[in-house]
Design a protein around this ligand. Structure first.
Ligand code: CP
Ligand code: NVA
Length: 301
């Protein structure tokens, strides 16, 4: 049994194996080759935050693997009325074969795994978004044929996406430079992880400097789910941290742009750059399905 609580729990080998399996499952699905390797298994999907992609891709992915997904909104679960996660974990372990959870605190995901005895997959917390980053790495490999030696750049908030992209890029041989305003840096835990990789990681204030020579530019919203109240202050703090024509002009030729979505055109990315790179961005979105099927097979197979 295996969990995906955060990407740094997986070795580089495990990440690459998962990406290889995702490629294979994508090929099989496109060629009508059935792969019902989780036949008869059930996945509970707990959502304490909204979702379009994560919900639909996990649900459809489980069906394609021959299993059965259950959507569990925290509004309807006793967890939403204060039942401890320790108890929820032990109860759900008696019914299900795996749990996917999207919530606020990373601690809740870790506790679900600690107290339960079935695999737990993190579908986004305030701290990280490992499933999204596996899909991102898969997409980069598809467009660039490799990861090793490429330069990624992330512009914006030191949030769940930046955290997991730092881990994902460095674990797979890429270098990454991030640009974020003061007080919006990634947490110390991530900076310590990155420190092991020496000059393959750089943190800068200037977005154009960070984008210099990049092969992949990534960004994300300025105000994440749960930060709606900070929206106005954040829009002010992130002014200039935008993926636009000027920023793209210093990147490598054929530089990709990735965005986990939903996107706010005119804020973190301009509409013209978004549309110019829509091919990559929507492939990235599709790859959630394939990457997460691989995660489910690795964890629950
Ligand atoms: N990118 C992502 O996780 O999208 P959803 O919030 O729609 O699941
Ligand atoms: N950082 C964003 C990602 C959404 C997929 C959020 O947490 O809202």
């Amino acid at each position: 049994m295996k969990n995906l609580l955060k990407l740094e729990d997986w070795s580089p080998r495990e990440i690459i194996d998962c990406l290889n399996l995702a490629d294979q499952l994508k090929y099989e699905q496109k060629h009508g080759i059935e792969h019902k390797v989780l036949k008869g298994k059930t996945l509970g999907m707990i959502f304490e935050k909204a979702s379009t992609r994560t919900r639909v891709s996990f649900e459809v992915g489980m069906v394609q693997l021959g299993g059965y997904p259950l959507f569990l909104s925290s509004n309807d679960l006793q967890i939403g009325r204060g039942e401890p996660v320790e108890d929820t974990a032990r109860v759900l372990s008696r019914f299900l074969d795996g749990i996917m959870i999207r919530t606020f605190k990373q601690e809740e995901v870790e506790n679900l795994a600690k107290y339960g005895d079935i695999p737990v997959i993190n579908g986004l917390t305030d701290y990280c978004h490992p499933c999204q980053v596996l899909a991102d790495l898969m997409t980069i490999r598809e467009f660039k044929d490799r990861l090793e030696g490429l330069k990624m750049c992330f512009i914006g908030d030191g949030n769940n996406m930046m955290n997991s992209l730092i881990v994902g890029a460095l674990s797979t041989g890429m270098s990454i430079s991030v640009a974020c305003p003061e007080n919006f840096e990634p947490p110390q835990h991530i900076l310590n992880f990155a420190a092991q990789y020496g000059d393959k990681f750089t943190m800068l204030r200037n977005p154009v400097e960070a984008a210099q020579g990049a092969d992949v530019v990534c960004t994300d919203v300025w105000a994440s789910m749960g930060q709606e109240q900070e929206r106005i202050a954040r829009c002010e703090a992130f002014k200039g941290y935008q993926v636009n024509k000027e920023l793209m002009s210093v990147t490598n030729t054929d530089c990709m742009v990735l965005h986990c979505l939903p996107a706010h055109r005119g804020e973190e990315i301009t509409a013209d750059i978004f549309e110019e790179h829509a091919k990559e961005i929507f492939e990235e979105s599709e790859n959630r399905l394939h990457a997460q099927k691989a995660v489910m097979v690795k964890c629950m197979g």
